[in-house]
Write a protein that binds this ligand. Structure first.
Ligand code: EPZ
Length: 439
Protein backbone atom coordinates (compact mmCIF):
# COMPACT_ATOMS: atom_id res chain seq x y z
CA UNK A 1 0.00 0.00 0.00
CA UNK A 2 1.59 3.28 -1.11
CA UNK A 3 1.83 6.18 1.31
CA UNK A 4 3.07 9.73 1.79
CA UNK A 5 5.30 10.59 4.71
CA UNK A 6 4.93 14.27 5.62
CA UNK A 7 6.66 16.42 8.22
CA UNK A 8 4.54 19.52 8.76
CA UNK A 9 5.49 23.08 9.59
CA UNK A 10 7.23 24.39 6.47
CA UNK A 11 5.75 27.30 4.56
CA UNK A 12 5.21 26.56 0.89
CA UNK A 13 6.40 29.05 -1.67
CA UNK A 14 6.92 29.16 -5.41
CA UNK A 15 4.84 28.70 -8.49
CA UNK A 16 3.45 25.91 -10.64
CA UNK A 17 1.39 25.45 -13.75
CA UNK A 18 -1.99 23.74 -13.40
CA UNK A 19 -2.11 20.40 -15.19
CA UNK A 20 -4.75 19.67 -17.77
CA UNK A 21 -8.10 19.18 -16.02
CA UNK A 22 -8.96 15.59 -15.13
CA UNK A 23 -12.69 16.36 -15.33
CA UNK A 24 -12.30 17.92 -18.77
CA UNK A 25 -9.92 15.41 -20.41
CA UNK A 26 -11.99 12.37 -19.40
CA UNK A 27 -15.21 13.28 -21.28
CA UNK A 28 -13.14 14.63 -24.18
CA UNK A 29 -11.21 11.34 -24.42
CA UNK A 30 -14.55 9.51 -24.43
CA UNK A 31 -15.77 11.84 -27.19
CA UNK A 32 -12.71 10.97 -29.30
CA UNK A 33 -14.27 7.51 -29.76
CA UNK A 34 -16.94 9.19 -31.91
CA UNK A 35 -14.41 10.46 -34.39
CA UNK A 36 -13.29 8.21 -37.27
CA UNK A 37 -9.80 9.68 -37.36
CA UNK A 38 -6.97 10.89 -35.14
CA UNK A 39 -7.77 13.33 -32.33
CA UNK A 40 -4.80 15.17 -30.84
CA UNK A 41 -5.16 16.39 -27.25
CA UNK A 42 -2.57 18.69 -25.70
CA UNK A 43 -2.07 19.46 -22.00
CA UNK A 44 -3.30 16.01 -20.92
CA UNK A 45 -2.54 15.20 -17.28
CA UNK A 46 -0.59 12.08 -16.34
CA UNK A 47 -3.13 10.43 -14.00
CA UNK A 48 -4.35 6.94 -13.17
CA UNK A 49 -7.87 7.87 -14.35
CA UNK A 50 -6.50 8.96 -17.73
CA UNK A 51 -4.59 5.67 -17.98
CA UNK A 52 -7.77 3.76 -17.24
CA UNK A 53 -9.77 5.70 -19.84
CA UNK A 54 -7.00 4.94 -22.36
CA UNK A 55 -7.27 1.25 -21.46
CA UNK A 56 -10.98 1.38 -22.32
CA UNK A 57 -10.38 3.16 -25.64
CA UNK A 58 -7.62 0.69 -26.52
CA UNK A 59 -9.96 -2.19 -25.76
CA UNK A 60 -12.52 -0.64 -28.16
CA UNK A 61 -9.93 -0.64 -30.93
CA UNK A 62 -8.47 2.86 -30.68
CA UNK A 63 -4.74 3.37 -31.14
CA UNK A 64 -3.32 5.74 -28.54
CA UNK A 65 0.13 7.31 -28.37
CA UNK A 66 1.36 9.58 -25.61
CA UNK A 67 4.01 12.19 -26.52
CA UNK A 68 4.68 13.97 -23.23
CA UNK A 69 1.51 15.90 -22.40
CA UNK A 70 0.00 15.17 -25.82
CA UNK A 71 -2.26 12.19 -26.43
CA UNK A 72 -2.99 11.04 -30.00
CA UNK A 73 -6.18 8.96 -30.16
CA UNK A 74 -6.85 7.27 -33.51
CA UNK A 75 -10.39 5.87 -33.36
CA UNK A 76 -10.65 5.11 -37.08
CA UNK A 77 -10.43 1.37 -36.40
CA UNK A 78 -12.83 1.30 -33.45
CA UNK A 79 -14.39 -2.17 -33.72
CA UNK A 80 -16.01 -2.88 -30.37
CA UNK A 81 -18.86 -1.28 -28.46
CA UNK A 82 -18.72 -3.35 -25.29
CA UNK A 83 -16.72 -2.20 -22.25
CA UNK A 84 -15.75 -5.05 -19.89
CA UNK A 85 -17.07 -4.76 -16.35
CA UNK A 86 -13.63 -4.50 -14.75
CA UNK A 87 -12.78 -1.52 -16.96
CA UNK A 88 -16.16 0.09 -16.25
CA UNK A 89 -15.46 -0.22 -12.54
CA UNK A 90 -12.01 1.38 -12.84
CA UNK A 91 -13.45 4.90 -13.00
CA UNK A 92 -16.68 6.89 -12.93
CA UNK A 93 -16.05 8.38 -16.36
CA UNK A 94 -16.41 5.01 -18.10
CA UNK A 95 -20.12 5.88 -18.30
CA UNK A 96 -19.14 8.71 -20.71
CA UNK A 97 -18.66 6.04 -23.40
CA UNK A 98 -22.45 5.60 -23.67
CA UNK A 99 -23.16 8.69 -25.79
CA UNK A 100 -20.13 8.35 -28.09
CA UNK A 101 -20.64 4.61 -28.76
CA UNK A 102 -24.36 5.07 -29.44
CA UNK A 103 -23.48 7.87 -31.81
CA UNK A 104 -20.67 5.96 -33.55
CA UNK A 105 -21.97 2.37 -33.52
CA UNK A 106 -25.67 2.57 -32.65
CA UNK A 107 -25.05 0.45 -29.57
CA UNK A 108 -23.11 0.32 -26.30
CA UNK A 109 -22.75 -2.48 -23.76
CA UNK A 110 -21.71 -1.14 -20.37
CA UNK A 111 -22.02 -1.74 -16.62
CA UNK A 112 -22.50 0.72 -13.78
CA UNK A 113 -19.29 2.75 -13.47
CA UNK A 114 -16.78 2.90 -10.61
CA UNK A 115 -15.46 6.08 -8.98
CA UNK A 116 -15.09 7.44 -5.44
CA UNK A 117 -17.58 6.06 -2.90
CA UNK A 118 -18.92 9.52 -2.06
CA UNK A 119 -22.58 8.74 -2.57
CA UNK A 120 -24.99 6.50 -4.47
CA UNK A 121 -24.05 8.19 -7.77
CA UNK A 122 -26.83 6.77 -9.94
CA UNK A 123 -26.71 7.22 -13.72
CA UNK A 124 -30.45 7.53 -14.33
CA UNK A 125 -30.17 11.07 -15.71
CA UNK A 126 -27.59 9.92 -18.28
CA UNK A 127 -30.02 7.36 -19.66
CA UNK A 128 -33.03 9.66 -19.33
CA UNK A 129 -31.27 11.89 -21.83
CA UNK A 130 -30.04 9.12 -24.13
CA UNK A 131 -33.46 7.48 -24.34
CA UNK A 132 -35.01 10.88 -25.09
CA UNK A 133 -32.64 11.01 -28.07
CA UNK A 134 -33.97 7.67 -29.29
CA UNK A 135 -31.85 5.05 -27.55
CA UNK A 136 -33.26 1.99 -25.77
CA UNK A 137 -31.57 0.69 -22.63
CA UNK A 138 -32.15 -2.70 -21.05
CA UNK A 139 -30.37 -4.09 -18.01
CA UNK A 140 -29.50 -7.81 -17.78
CA UNK A 141 -27.33 -9.32 -15.06
CA UNK A 142 -25.75 -5.99 -14.22
CA UNK A 143 -24.94 -5.15 -17.83
CA UNK A 144 -26.58 -2.24 -19.64
CA UNK A 145 -27.47 -2.94 -23.29
CA UNK A 146 -28.00 0.34 -25.13
CA UNK A 147 -29.13 0.43 -28.72
CA UNK A 148 -30.27 3.17 -31.06
CA UNK A 149 -31.09 3.71 -34.67
CA UNK A 150 -30.40 7.24 -35.79
CA UNK A 151 -30.35 9.52 -32.73
CA UNK A 152 -32.76 12.41 -33.12
CA UNK A 153 -32.64 15.87 -31.53
CA UNK A 154 -35.27 16.69 -28.91
CA UNK A 155 -35.93 18.80 -25.82
CA UNK A 156 -34.47 17.40 -22.59
CA UNK A 157 -34.79 18.80 -19.10
CA UNK A 158 -32.57 17.41 -16.35
CA UNK A 159 -34.14 17.04 -12.91
CA UNK A 160 -30.71 17.85 -11.47
CA UNK A 161 -27.81 19.69 -13.20
CA UNK A 162 -25.69 16.54 -13.41
CA UNK A 163 -22.22 17.18 -14.87
CA UNK A 164 -21.84 13.70 -16.33
CA UNK A 165 -25.36 13.48 -17.69
CA UNK A 166 -24.96 16.90 -19.35
CA UNK A 167 -21.73 15.71 -20.98
CA UNK A 168 -23.12 12.36 -22.14
CA UNK A 169 -26.12 14.10 -23.70
CA UNK A 170 -23.93 16.70 -25.43
CA UNK A 171 -21.82 13.97 -27.01
CA UNK A 172 -24.81 11.92 -28.18
CA UNK A 173 -26.73 14.94 -29.49
CA UNK A 174 -23.73 16.37 -31.35
CA UNK A 175 -24.21 14.02 -34.31
CA UNK A 176 -27.92 13.29 -33.89
CA UNK A 177 -30.31 14.54 -36.59
CA UNK A 178 -32.00 17.79 -35.57
CA UNK A 179 -31.71 20.23 -32.69
CA UNK A 180 -31.52 19.30 -29.03
CA UNK A 181 -32.26 21.85 -26.33
CA UNK A 182 -30.97 20.76 -22.92
CA UNK A 183 -32.36 22.70 -19.95
CA UNK A 184 -31.23 22.66 -16.34
CA UNK A 185 -27.83 21.64 -17.72
CA UNK A 186 -24.78 21.67 -15.47
CA UNK A 187 -22.73 24.88 -15.88
CA UNK A 188 -19.24 23.71 -14.86
CA UNK A 189 -16.26 25.10 -16.84
CA UNK A 190 -15.38 21.56 -17.95
CA UNK A 191 -18.62 21.46 -19.92
CA UNK A 192 -17.57 24.59 -21.78
CA UNK A 193 -14.30 22.78 -22.58
CA UNK A 194 -16.22 19.80 -23.96
CA UNK A 195 -18.41 22.13 -26.05
CA UNK A 196 -15.32 23.86 -27.44
CA UNK A 197 -13.70 20.53 -28.29
CA UNK A 198 -16.83 19.17 -30.00
CA UNK A 199 -17.28 22.41 -31.96
CA UNK A 200 -13.65 22.10 -33.04
CA UNK A 201 -14.68 18.72 -34.46
CA UNK A 202 -17.52 20.27 -36.46
CA UNK A 203 -20.38 20.15 -33.93
CA UNK A 204 -22.69 23.15 -33.54
CA UNK A 205 -23.20 23.61 -29.80
CA UNK A 206 -23.90 26.85 -27.91
CA UNK A 207 -24.80 27.80 -24.35
CA UNK A 208 -22.39 25.60 -22.37
CA UNK A 209 -21.70 27.34 -19.06
CA UNK A 210 -25.36 28.30 -18.82
CA UNK A 211 -28.39 26.20 -17.90
CA UNK A 212 -29.63 26.01 -21.50
CA UNK A 213 -27.46 24.33 -24.13
CA UNK A 214 -28.45 24.08 -27.80
CA UNK A 215 -26.98 21.34 -29.95
CA UNK A 216 -27.68 21.51 -33.67
CA UNK A 217 -27.16 17.89 -34.67
CA UNK A 218 -25.92 17.53 -38.23
CA UNK A 219 -26.46 13.77 -38.48
CA UNK A 220 -22.94 13.55 -39.90
CA UNK A 221 -19.84 12.12 -38.18
CA UNK A 222 -17.57 14.62 -36.46
CA UNK A 223 -14.08 15.22 -37.82
CA UNK A 224 -10.62 15.05 -36.24
CA UNK A 225 -9.25 18.08 -34.46
CA UNK A 226 -6.42 19.15 -32.16
CA UNK A 227 -7.40 20.60 -28.82
CA UNK A 228 -5.69 21.87 -25.66
CA UNK A 229 -7.33 20.80 -22.39
CA UNK A 230 -8.19 23.56 -19.90
CA UNK A 231 -6.30 23.89 -16.60
CA UNK A 232 -7.42 21.83 -13.63
CA UNK A 233 -9.25 24.14 -11.23
CA UNK A 234 -9.53 21.49 -8.53
CA UNK A 235 -5.83 20.61 -8.64
CA UNK A 236 -4.94 24.31 -8.74
CA UNK A 237 -7.33 25.10 -5.89
CA UNK A 238 -5.76 22.32 -3.82
CA UNK A 239 -2.27 23.80 -4.19
CA UNK A 240 -3.60 27.25 -3.30
CA UNK A 241 -5.08 25.72 -0.15
CA UNK A 242 -1.73 24.09 0.61
CA UNK A 243 -0.21 27.58 0.61
CA UNK A 244 -3.05 28.91 2.77
CA UNK A 245 -2.68 26.21 5.43
CA UNK A 246 1.10 26.63 5.70
CA UNK A 247 1.11 30.46 5.65
CA UNK A 248 3.00 30.32 2.37
CA UNK A 249 2.92 32.16 -0.95
CA UNK A 250 2.11 30.22 -4.12
CA UNK A 251 1.18 31.19 -7.68
CA UNK A 252 -0.70 28.79 -9.94
CA UNK A 253 -0.54 29.58 -13.65
CA UNK A 254 -2.88 28.33 -16.39
CA UNK A 255 -5.67 28.73 -13.82
CA UNK A 256 -8.48 31.16 -14.61
CA UNK A 257 -9.64 32.85 -11.37
CA UNK A 258 -13.18 32.87 -12.80
CA UNK A 259 -13.24 29.09 -12.31
CA UNK A 260 -12.71 29.48 -8.55
CA UNK A 261 -14.92 32.44 -7.62
CA UNK A 262 -16.58 30.92 -4.56
CA UNK A 263 -13.45 29.13 -3.39
CA UNK A 264 -11.22 32.21 -3.55
CA UNK A 265 -13.88 34.25 -1.73
CA UNK A 266 -13.85 31.67 1.09
CA UNK A 267 -10.04 31.78 1.27
CA UNK A 268 -10.16 35.58 1.50
CA UNK A 269 -12.66 35.29 4.37
CA UNK A 270 -10.06 33.05 6.02
CA UNK A 271 -7.49 35.86 5.88
CA UNK A 272 -5.65 34.94 2.68
CA UNK A 273 -4.50 37.58 0.23
CA UNK A 274 -5.45 36.60 -3.30
CA UNK A 275 -4.13 38.11 -6.52
CA UNK A 276 -6.06 37.32 -9.70
CA UNK A 277 -5.09 37.80 -13.33
CA UNK A 278 -7.33 40.30 -15.12
CA UNK A 279 -9.99 39.09 -17.60
CA UNK A 280 -8.48 38.53 -21.02
CA UNK A 281 -4.92 38.60 -19.68
CA UNK A 282 -2.79 36.40 -21.94
CA UNK A 283 -1.97 33.88 -19.25
CA UNK A 284 -4.42 33.51 -16.36
CA UNK A 285 -3.08 32.91 -12.86
CA UNK A 286 -4.03 33.00 -9.20
CA UNK A 287 -1.55 33.90 -6.47
CA UNK A 288 -2.22 33.42 -2.78
CA UNK A 289 -0.47 34.43 0.44
CA UNK A 290 -1.61 32.58 3.53
CA UNK A 291 -1.98 34.46 6.82
CA UNK A 292 -0.06 33.75 10.00
CA UNK A 293 -3.25 32.18 11.33
CA UNK A 294 -6.36 31.21 9.38
CA UNK A 295 -9.81 32.40 10.40
CA UNK A 296 -13.00 30.39 9.88
CA UNK A 297 -14.78 31.20 6.56
CA UNK A 298 -18.12 30.87 8.42
CA UNK A 299 -20.69 28.88 6.42
CA UNK A 300 -19.66 27.09 3.22
CA UNK A 301 -22.16 25.28 0.99
CA UNK A 302 -20.83 22.95 -1.73
CA UNK A 303 -23.20 23.07 -4.70
CA UNK A 304 -23.20 22.95 -8.50
CA UNK A 305 -21.05 25.58 -10.25
CA UNK A 306 -20.80 28.55 -9.79
CA UNK A 307 -21.23 27.53 -6.15
CA UNK A 308 -18.36 26.24 -4.01
CA UNK A 309 -17.01 23.06 -5.65
CA UNK A 310 -17.78 19.81 -3.86
CA UNK A 311 -14.35 18.64 -5.05
CA UNK A 312 -12.65 21.30 -2.92
CA UNK A 313 -14.91 20.79 0.09
CA UNK A 314 -12.68 18.18 1.75
CA UNK A 315 -9.45 20.18 1.22
CA UNK A 316 -11.20 23.22 2.71
CA UNK A 317 -12.29 21.12 5.70
CA UNK A 318 -8.63 20.41 6.41
CA UNK A 319 -7.93 24.15 6.51
CA UNK A 320 -10.89 24.76 8.82
CA UNK A 321 -9.52 22.29 11.39
CA UNK A 322 -6.76 24.79 12.21
CA UNK A 323 -8.71 28.00 11.50
CA UNK A 324 -9.82 30.16 14.41
CA UNK A 325 -13.55 29.77 15.01
CA UNK A 326 -16.24 27.32 13.95
CA UNK A 327 -17.09 26.51 10.34
CA UNK A 328 -20.23 24.82 9.05
CA UNK A 329 -19.79 22.99 5.77
CA UNK A 330 -22.77 21.63 3.85
CA UNK A 331 -22.40 19.42 0.77
CA UNK A 332 -25.57 19.55 -1.33
CA UNK A 333 -24.01 17.50 -4.18
CA UNK A 334 -22.92 14.19 -2.61
CA UNK A 335 -24.45 12.59 0.45
CA UNK A 336 -21.30 10.85 1.67
CA UNK A 337 -18.42 13.24 1.19
CA UNK A 338 -17.27 13.77 4.77
CA UNK A 339 -15.39 10.46 5.04
CA UNK A 340 -12.08 12.21 5.68
CA UNK A 341 -13.50 13.74 8.90
CA UNK A 342 -12.81 10.54 10.83
CA UNK A 343 -9.19 10.50 9.69
CA UNK A 344 -8.77 14.23 10.41
CA UNK A 345 -9.97 13.56 13.96
CA UNK A 346 -7.03 11.16 14.41
CA UNK A 347 -4.81 14.22 13.86
CA UNK A 348 -6.71 16.06 16.62
CA UNK A 349 -9.35 17.82 14.53
CA UNK A 350 -12.69 18.68 16.15
CA UNK A 351 -15.40 17.83 13.61
CA UNK A 352 -19.05 16.87 14.09
CA UNK A 353 -20.81 15.35 11.10
CA UNK A 354 -24.59 15.30 10.83
CA UNK A 355 -25.86 14.11 7.48
CA UNK A 356 -24.88 16.58 4.78
CA UNK A 357 -23.48 19.04 7.31
CA UNK A 358 -20.16 19.09 9.17
CA UNK A 359 -19.25 21.48 11.97
CA UNK A 360 -15.51 22.09 12.25
CA UNK A 361 -14.01 23.84 15.27
CA UNK A 362 -10.52 25.17 14.72
CA UNK A 363 -8.06 23.94 17.30
CA UNK A 364 -4.41 24.22 18.23
CA UNK A 365 -2.01 22.68 15.71
CA UNK A 366 -2.80 19.13 14.67
CA UNK A 367 -0.46 16.35 15.74
CA UNK A 368 0.96 14.02 13.09
CA UNK A 369 -0.02 10.35 13.04
CA UNK A 370 -0.93 7.64 10.51
CA UNK A 371 -4.17 8.19 8.57
CA UNK A 372 -5.78 6.41 5.63
CA UNK A 373 -7.18 7.98 2.47
CA UNK A 374 -10.66 6.75 1.50
CA UNK A 375 -11.31 8.81 -1.63
CA UNK A 376 -9.55 11.16 -4.02
CA UNK A 377 -10.29 14.55 -2.49
CA UNK A 378 -10.37 13.22 1.06
CA UNK A 379 -6.83 11.97 0.48
CA UNK A 380 -5.79 15.44 -0.65
CA UNK A 381 -7.35 16.87 2.51
CA UNK A 382 -5.25 14.53 4.66
CA UNK A 383 -2.09 15.64 2.86
CA UNK A 384 -2.96 19.30 3.50
CA UNK A 385 -3.59 18.52 7.16
CA UNK A 386 -0.22 16.77 7.33
CA UNK A 387 1.48 19.87 5.94
CA UNK A 388 0.02 21.86 8.86
CA UNK A 389 0.43 19.23 11.57
CA UNK A 390 3.29 19.02 14.03
CA UNK A 391 5.56 16.04 13.59
CA UNK A 392 5.20 13.23 11.07
CA UNK A 393 1.98 12.29 9.29
CA UNK A 394 1.72 9.17 7.17
CA UNK A 395 -1.13 9.15 4.63
CA UNK A 396 -1.79 5.60 3.48
CA UNK A 397 -3.72 4.26 0.50
CA UNK A 398 -2.71 7.13 -1.77
CA UNK A 399 -3.80 5.24 -4.87
CA UNK A 400 -6.86 7.48 -4.48
CA UNK A 401 -4.92 10.73 -4.84
CA UNK A 402 -3.01 9.26 -7.81
CA UNK A 403 -6.31 9.37 -9.68
CA UNK A 404 -6.50 13.17 -9.57
CA UNK A 405 -3.09 14.60 -8.67
CA UNK A 406 -0.15 13.83 -10.90
CA UNK A 407 3.19 13.79 -9.04
CA UNK A 408 1.49 15.29 -5.97
CA UNK A 409 4.53 14.75 -3.73
CA UNK A 410 6.98 16.09 -6.31
CA UNK A 411 5.04 19.31 -6.85
CA UNK A 412 4.64 19.85 -3.10
CA UNK A 413 8.33 19.12 -2.53
CA UNK A 414 9.26 21.71 -5.16
CA UNK A 415 7.15 24.18 -3.19
CA UNK A 416 9.17 23.39 -0.09
CA UNK A 417 7.09 20.68 1.58
CA UNK A 418 8.83 17.93 3.52
CA UNK A 419 7.07 14.98 1.86
CA UNK A 420 8.27 11.62 0.62
CA UNK A 421 6.38 8.96 -1.33
CA UNK A 422 6.79 5.43 -0.14
CA UNK A 423 5.65 3.15 -2.91
CA UNK A 424 6.35 -0.49 -3.33
CA UNK A 425 6.68 -0.52 -7.07
CA UNK A 426 6.13 2.36 -9.47
CA UNK A 427 4.80 0.13 -12.20
CA UNK A 428 2.58 -1.71 -9.73
CA UNK A 429 0.97 1.64 -8.86
CA UNK A 430 0.06 2.16 -12.47
CA UNK A 431 -1.25 -1.39 -12.86
CA UNK A 432 -0.21 -3.54 -15.89
CA UNK A 433 0.69 -1.61 -19.06
CA UNK A 434 -2.00 0.82 -20.18
CA UNK A 435 -1.99 -0.18 -23.83
CA UNK A 436 -0.55 3.27 -24.55
CA UNK A 437 2.72 3.12 -26.50
CA UNK A 438 5.18 5.68 -25.12
CA UNK A 439 6.80 7.81 -27.83
C1 EPZ B 1 -18.48 14.95 -11.92
O1 EPZ B 1 -19.00 13.74 -11.39
C2 EPZ B 1 -17.01 14.98 -11.52
N1 EPZ B 1 -16.32 13.85 -12.12
C3 EPZ B 1 -16.89 14.90 -10.01
O2 EPZ B 1 -15.52 15.00 -9.67
C4 EPZ B 1 -17.63 16.11 -9.41
O3 EPZ B 1 -17.58 16.02 -8.00
C5 EPZ B 1 -19.08 16.10 -9.89
O4 EPZ B 1 -19.13 16.09 -11.33
C6 EPZ B 1 -19.84 17.32 -9.40
O5 EPZ B 1 -19.21 18.49 -9.84
C7 EPZ B 1 -15.94 13.93 -13.43
O6 EPZ B 1 -16.21 14.90 -14.11
C8 EPZ B 1 -15.17 12.78 -13.96
P1 EPZ B 1 -22.90 14.60 -11.17
P2 EPZ B 1 -20.49 13.24 -11.83
O7 EPZ B 1 -23.48 13.74 -12.22
O8 EPZ B 1 -20.67 13.50 -13.26
C9 EPZ B 1 -26.58 12.88 -8.81
C10 EPZ B 1 -13.55 14.43 -8.53
O9 EPZ B 1 -13.25 14.37 -7.34
N2 EPZ B 1 -26.88 12.18 -10.06
O10 EPZ B 1 -22.99 16.09 -11.28
O11 EPZ B 1 -20.65 11.87 -11.32
C11 EPZ B 1 -25.42 12.21 -8.09
O12 EPZ B 1 -25.85 11.16 -7.29
C12 EPZ B 1 -14.88 13.89 -9.00
O13 EPZ B 1 -12.83 14.92 -9.44
C13 EPZ B 1 -28.09 11.51 -10.21
O14 EPZ B 1 -28.92 11.49 -9.31
O15 EPZ B 1 -21.37 14.25 -10.96
C14 EPZ B 1 -24.81 13.28 -7.27
O16 EPZ B 1 -25.49 13.36 -6.03
C15 EPZ B 1 -15.72 13.33 -7.85
N3 EPZ B 1 -28.33 10.84 -11.37
C16 EPZ B 1 -25.09 14.53 -8.08
O17 EPZ B 1 -26.08 14.18 -9.05
C17 EPZ B 1 -27.43 10.83 -12.41
O18 EPZ B 1 -27.71 10.22 -13.46
C18 EPZ B 1 -23.86 15.03 -8.79
O19 EPZ B 1 -23.51 14.10 -9.77
C19 EPZ B 1 -26.22 11.53 -12.24
C20 EPZ B 1 -25.96 12.20 -11.07
Amino acid sequence: MDSYEIRGGTRLSGELRASGAKNAVLPILAASAMIPGETVLDHCPDLADVDNMCRILTHLGCRIRREGETLRVDASRLHCCSVPEELMKSLRSSVFLAGPLLSRCGQAILSTPGGCAIGKRPIDLHFLGLTALGASVTEREGRLFCRSGRLRGTEIRLDYPSVGATENILMAAASAVGETVLTNAAREPEIVDLQNFLNGCGAQISGAGTSVIRIRGTGKPLRSCRYRIMGDRVEGGTYLMAAAVTGGTVTVRDLDPVWLGAELAALERMGCRVERSLPGECEPFVAIRGPQALRSPGFVRAEPWPGFSTDLQSPLMALCTVAEGTTVIEDTVFENRFQCAGELRKLGAVIRVNGRRAEVTGTAPLAGTTVTSGDLRGGAALVLAGLAARGKTIVENICHTDRGYGKFDIVLKELGANIERRDVNERERRGETTGVSEE
